[in-house]
Design a protein around this ligand. Sequence first.
Ligand code: ADP
Ligand code: MG
Length: 658
Amino acid sequence: MRLEDPVSGLRGVGGARGRLLEILGITSVSDLLYHMPARYEDRRHITPIGQLRDGRVCVAKGRVLGLKINPARKRNVNVAVFDARDGTGAVRVVLFGGPASFTRLKENSVIYLYGAPSFSDRGFLEFVSPEYAVFGTENGTPPWLCLWPIYPTTRGLPRSWLANTIKSCAASPELIPEDPIPTAILEKYSFPSLKKAFEGIHAPKTHEDISRATARLAYQEFYEHQLGIIAQIASTSRLTAKSASAGKELQDMFVASLPFKLTESQKKALEEITSDMDGEKPMNRLLAGDVGSGKTAVAAAAAARCVGAGYQAAVLAPTTILADQFFDFVEKYFAPLGKQAAKITGNTPKALRDELIWRLRDGEIDVLVGTHAMLSETVAFRSMGLLVIDEQQRFGVLQRDKIAGGNRGTHILMTTATPIPRTLRMALYGDIAFTEMATRPGKGRIITKMISDNHVGELYAFLSERVRRTGDKCYWVCPLIGSDGGGESSVTARAKDLRKHMKDIPVEVLTGETPALEKTETMERFRSSGGILVSTTVIEVGVDVSGANVIVIEKASAYGLSQLHQLRGRVGRGNRKGICVLLDSAANLKGSERMSVLLNCGDGFRIAEEDLRLRGAGEYLGVRQHGDENFKVADIARDEKWFLAARDDAAEIQRNAG
Ligand code: ADP
Ligand code: MG
């Protein structure tokens, strides 16, 4: 087996488990090796039973004595009660399990326990439902008697199975590729080999192993990425770009046809972009602007210039919803100018797709908007002059390189709503040009309020009044889907409750599990009929529905500040002020430093900085959260030192080579 091979080829990874792994984003052996533990539990030391303490997590080991197994009151559940005894004392153990789960448990067998014992009602220590392993003799030891990695998992996929599977991969030398880092560099930083690094992550003996392995893998990601960037810069700097200066007239007509005047920020951004596009070198620019700052209009104006100069423009959006939205905007203002826009997403029927591909190749289509469904070899442009990558942070670094690399000499404009500090920007893109839009059109500030769970009734009354009387549309965001029928704070449960209480108001549901076509239809209905859209954060960034003026964020404390800020940026885009309600338990809201930042500040960049300060680097930007092809190990804020080292090393290697 090799790294790129599908996991299904591994022993024990059958259909069902394979599908569960896929939910975690694991499809290849490499994905498995790069599935990083969220944390480790130190289970290396056995505590003598006589030294167990109330509430303290530990490993204990003893003989099973006085075993009784009884059916519990609930059907299909048995209770096993016994003492575990070693030379220093005894502790009561209570286990629950199905009828078949206690077959190995025998009087006098050896048991290992992991958990925190607590005082029972009768005043003695007991373990209730600890993790455990049973052996007939002294010879066995549980696999988890070590620094035990705790992996992110999904329901139905046991942690221990995942851990053991990953561990055995990491221990298979034939799966580990040749080390991409030159020996001299490994020696310079005393890095472990690639094989040792995977062992250090998945089967560490000491904490030191973990940190050395993490540093090495992070360094490697930066190093390989920097080499890629250097190569790209070297090849594009020799290319001449398609100058767009001849498109000025069309661009002016486009801007004049918009129903609004560009803000000063938009004008300035557009000036920087057009001066790049008129030049000889391919543009490589990142347009950053808070949610709702009007990046679509700016990007579309750039596309107009490109089209006016006789080239085609492509717009790549991260989701179908955003592609639909961008397309609608472009089509609306390009058609009157006699220019053709088209769209390719995963929903596009094959016959239509084929037709569009032909027309694109003939140069009949001026602007193609789409999702990654348009990134296939068959989709070829007659002459692409500009590539816009909307909400680029949603694309993985590697994916982004691939898109850009395939269109050499094309001007590239990326947009993002996530403010990115300078080092981070260099790490991700090399020396990219940068434009920031500081202001937002429209009514500006969004009113943000905190409401505690026990006032939900009043909130319902308020929403129903807003929807009915002023025709406002409302988003309701929940942290969970609840696809199996409910659960607290789930989309399913909330939608059900809303429907029960507001019979005459349309309540739509949208989650990551909604099929793509249905997503589009749901958004259409919400756009046209209004009401309340209950969703997870699937549609967090970039969604623009006019008349959506209220957003409720349930269990608000579960989100990062930047994420909350981006969510609330979905509302208040028309000429009415937006309202954002942060809903949570009174305890979570009261005196929360984080929440008060949101109430007092409307500047995305400052909020991001606060977020960084309050939550620590790892979660910032969601470099790892998104789980796509972004850096898997490296965390640019945490590993900044390794980034700088890798950048210098890669540059030096390149110099020596060329
Ligand atoms: P984002 O920067 O988050 O992508 P959008 O481009 O979706 O924001 O714009 C948000 C909303 O503001 C849209 O409805 C858009 O039509 C509107 N808009 C953009 N520019 C202006 C402007 N200069 N004046 C008024 N409204 C604008
Ligand atoms: Mg946008």
